[in-house]
Design a protein around this ligand. Structure first.
Ligand SMILES: *[C@@H]1O[C@H](CO)[C@@H](O)[C@H](O)[C@H]1NC(C)=O
Ligand SMILES: *[C@@H]1O[C@H](CO)[C@@H](O)[C@H](O)[C@H]1NC(C)=O
Ligand SMILES: *[C@@H]1O[C@H](CO)[C@@H](O)[C@H](O)[C@H]1NC(C)=O
Length: 304
C-alpha cells in the first residue's frame, strides 16, 4: 500500500497523451470563455437605476436623530399605507371616507397615500443642521426649505423630544378631532413630505386647516379636500386609529365648535418664515406660517 499512492499520482500527473488531450482542451475553453466574455459583458439595463427605498437622511443628522427620523418616516409610510388600503377596500362607501373627502372620486386620494408609502425616496432629503437658522424660532419642529432647497426639509431638535410614535395612537388623551396634526411624528412627516415638490407636486397644499374646516371642505369642495394636506393627515390618523390601533373604536373625538378653541390651527412649523422673494406658492405658505404659532394667555407659544 505504501508504494501505491505515488504510482497513482504519477499516473495522473503525467497521463497518457490520449487522456491529457481532452483535459487540456477543456481548460483552454474555460479560460477563453472567461477572458473573452467578462470585459465585454454589457451592463444590464435597469429601468429604476438610481431610485431608492431608503429614507434620505442627510449626514448632518447624528445617530439619535437618524434613528428617530427613520422611525418617524416609517410611521408616516405606515399611516399612509393603511389609509390607502382603507380606500382601496371601501372606496367612497366608507363613512370615514365621506367624512373627509365627501363625494370626491377616490383615485387621487389613493395616489397621494401611495406616493408617500411607496414612492421613490431618492428625490428629497431630510436634514438636521438648521442650515437656514429657523430652528431657533420658538416652537419650530422643522421646516421645508423653500427657495433654499426645494426638495429639502429641516427637522429641528424639538421634533425628536416631542413627537409621539405611532404605537401611542389614541393614547395620552389624544383624539383626532382635538389633537394637533404634529402630535404623532408620522402624521407630522406626512405633511412635510407633501411639501416636497417631488411628493406633493405643488398641488397637495393648504386649503383648510382646523378639523372643523377640513370637515366643511369635504362638503363644500371635495375636489380641494382630496388635495388638502391637513385632510390627508386627518383621514390617515382617523382610519389608522379606528381600523388598527383601537379596532372598531378609534379616537375620533368631537370636533371643537369654536375656531381656535383646540385642535390644529395652522399646522406644522413646516413652513418657512416670510422669504425675501415670494413666489405665489411661497406666499400662501407664508400666510399659513403666520397662523401656526400663537402665544397663549399663559405666555406659552404653541406651534404644531
Ligand atoms: C360613489 O361613487 C359612485 C361611482 O363609483 C357614485 O355613483 C356615487 O354617487 C358615489 N357616492 C358618494 C357618496 O360619493
Ligand atoms: C443628537 O442631537 C440631538 C439634538 O437634536 C441631541 O439631543 C442628542 O444628544 C444627539 N445625539 C448624540 C448621540 O450626540
Ligand atoms: C433661506 O436662506 C436665507 C439666508 O440664509 C434665510 O434668510 C431664509 O430665511 C431662508 N429661507 C427659508 C425658507 O428658510
Amino acid at each position: 500500500m505504501k508504494g501505491a499512492l505515488p504510482t497513482v499520482l504519477l499516473a495522473l500527473l503525467s497521463g497518457s497523451p490520449a487522456s491529457a488531450g481532452p483535459v487540456q482542451r477543456r481548460q483552454e475553453t474555460v479560460t477563453q470563455t472567461i477572458t473573452a466574455s467578462a470585459p465585454s459583458a454589457p451592463t444590464p439595463w435597469s429601468w429604476n437605476a438610481g431610485g431608492s427605498q431608503a429614507w434620505p437622511i442627510h449626514e448632518s443628522c447624528n445617530a439619535t436623530e437618524r434613528a428617530l427620523l427613520n422611525k418617524g418616516l416609517d410611521d408616516a409610510a405606515m399611516l399612509a399605507a393603511h389609509a390607502k388600503d382603507h380606500v382601496l377596500r371601501f372606496g367612497n362607501s366608507s363613512a370615514m371616507y365621506q367624512k373627509y373627502f365627501g363625494t370626491a372620486p377616490s383615485a387621487e386620494v389613493v395616489g397621494w397615500y401611495d406616493k408617500i408609502a411607496n414612492g421613490d425616496r431618492s428625490r428629497f432629503k431630510f436634514r438636521c443642521d438648521n442650515v437656514d437658522g429657523n430652528c431657533v424660532l420658538p416652537g419650530w419642529g422643522g421646516h421645508w426649505r423653500g427657495e433654499n432647497g426645494t426638495d429639502e426639509t429641516v427637522i429641528c431638535p424639538l421634533s425628536y423630544t416631542t413627537r409621539k410614535p405611532l404605537e401611542g395612537m389614541c393614547g395620552y388623551g389624544y383624539t383626532v378631532a382635538t389633537g394637533a396634526l404634529s402630535f404623532y411624528f408620522g402624521s407630522d412627516l406626512i405633511h412635510r413630505l407633501l411639501h416636497m415638490p417631488s411628493v406633493g407636486e405643488g398641488v397637495a397644499e393648504h386649503f383648510a386647516d382646523s378639523h372643523a374646516e377640513c370637515l366643511k371642505l369635504a362638503h363644500e369642495n371635495p375636489a380641494e379636500a382630496v388635495r388638502n394636506s391637513h385632510t390627508l393627515q386627518y383621514f390617515a390618523l382617523d382610519a389608522y386609529a379606528f381600523d388598527i390601533a383601537l379596532p372598531n373604536e378609534g379616537c375620533s373625538g368631537k370636533t371643537p365648535k369654536k375656531e381656535g378653541e383646540k385642535g390644529d390651527k395652522g399646522g406644522h412649523g413646516a413652513t418657512p418664515p416670510p422669504p425675501t422673494t415670494t413666489t405665489p406658492s411661497a406666499a400662501s405658505t407664508t400666510s399659513a406660517a403666520a397662523t401656526e404659532c400663537h402665544t397663549h394667555a399663559d405666555g406659552a407659544v404653541h406651534c404644531s
